[in-house]
Design a protein around this ligand. Structure first.
Ligand SMILES: [Zn+2]
Length: 90
């Protein structure tokens, strides 16, 4: 019987989550993110955000294999980020 391809797949594993959460902390302090959130909009509800109110949302959640990369994070207000949790769409 064929071995299931995803048996050894790292995504969603504790190691993956720990690594990407750490990467997100670093990305949050990056010049790229800090300038992005100076004058941003929540990607889900459109509310205006600034450096104090913006949160970093993973489009594909880390818990589902998403990475902490520029292509996978968007500014989001806290209520939307909390409501979204580990879904990839709101
Ligand atoms: Zn929002």
């Amino acid at each position: 019987m064929a071995r299931r391809e995803d048996d050894n797949f790292d995504s969603g594993s504790d190691a993956h989550v720990a690594r990407e959460r750490a990467a997100a902390r670093e990305l949050r302090t990056s010049r790229w993110w800090q300038s992005l959130i100076q004058n941003a909009m929540c990607q889900y509800c459109g509310v205006a955000l600034d450096a104090k109110t913006a949160t970093m949302d993973h489009v594909l959640p880390v818990s589902r294999g998403g990475r902490s990369t520029k292509g996978n994070v968007v500014p989001s207000c806290k209520p939307c980020n909390t409501a979204k949790r580990d879904q990839s769409i709101l």
